[in-house]
Design a binder for this molecule. Sequence first.
Ligand code: TTP
Ligand code: MG
Length: 344
Amino acid sequence: MDRILHVDMDAFFASVETVIDPSLRGKPLAVGGNDSSGIVTTASYEARKYGIHSAMPMFMAKSLCPHLIVVPTRKGVYGKKSREVFGYLKGYGYPVEMVSIDEAYIDLTRSGDAVAVAKSMQKGVYERTSLTMSCGLSYNKFLAKIASDYDKPRGFTVIGPREAQDLLKTLAIRDIHGIGKKTEEKLLQLGVRTGNDLLQLERSFLEEEFGKLGIELYERIRGIDRRPVKTERKRKSIGSEETFHETRERAFFERQLRNFAEETVFHMERRAVAAYTVTVKMKTCDFHIHTKSRTFSDPIEDVESLYDIGVTLFSELYRGEKLRLLGLSVSGLVEAGAKQLCFL
Ligand code: TTP
Ligand code: MG
């Protein structure tokens, strides 16, 4: 049986600020924008007791806790700490898949004693960085992620096959990773509130209603998840492409490139990576594929730069013929600096 560990740093940005300024320790602290339209990026566990959470408007956080300390989000610092933590964890030599700036899956299947290795990792991170991390250990990614969230902060939760069955039954639908707002609403309309309700639905029904996601839900709620831990080496590029009806309309190509750039940067942010190389790919009507790449000395990480480079490369490649496919991808991936997710 596989042994998959999911690690997630506790209140990451807030904890990093506390390490830098120890006078903040034990105090209700929010990291985020401090002006009238500011938003909480993350809150310390002391602040969470007041009901403060990520994505909450800062004025609301302050009204819930008038003595809240607000620290503005900074560039560079969190990425540096992240590299320290995950560099140390990678040093163990097991496959590590970064999921975001403070979160990773580690495949401990070959470790012999996964619990002992995971405990040593948790302790080692604290000793080296004074940062706390929650660990979830199970036999697949889905359950490992549930486990790390189970007892935050400083959690250490193991979910074996027997515990999994009971736990999955009582799970609230919204806590199932991969279920977004829309799917949640649809499930609630169908009267599905808990894992147990979901267990009652037939595979074919779920597939009809939700397509591929439906099959995923059917499997996950039975504790089945075959996704492997993918290290950087296994996923060397990120990008998107689309086949369309043959055209030579330039404005259309540029719109496509913008969509691709947005999508690509979204995935890069999720994995907390930046990229040295950008590639544009096109397929002509006679099915010939042409590509053009360029490598830069500073890694690319934002939509505007990626889009601009994409358009430039495309102009250099394109000779006015009709195309049936266009693609944009990045490679030469490195861990990003202070990667900012979603709303920063
Ligand atoms: P999370 O792991 O979601 O949150 P957290 O580490 O602050 O707290 P928890 O103990 O519950 O894990 O996110 C990691 C960091 O990423 C977080 O400290 C701030 C940042 N972040 C964003 O920049 N944008 C976001 O939308 C979220 C949710 C987090
Ligand atoms: Mg975290």
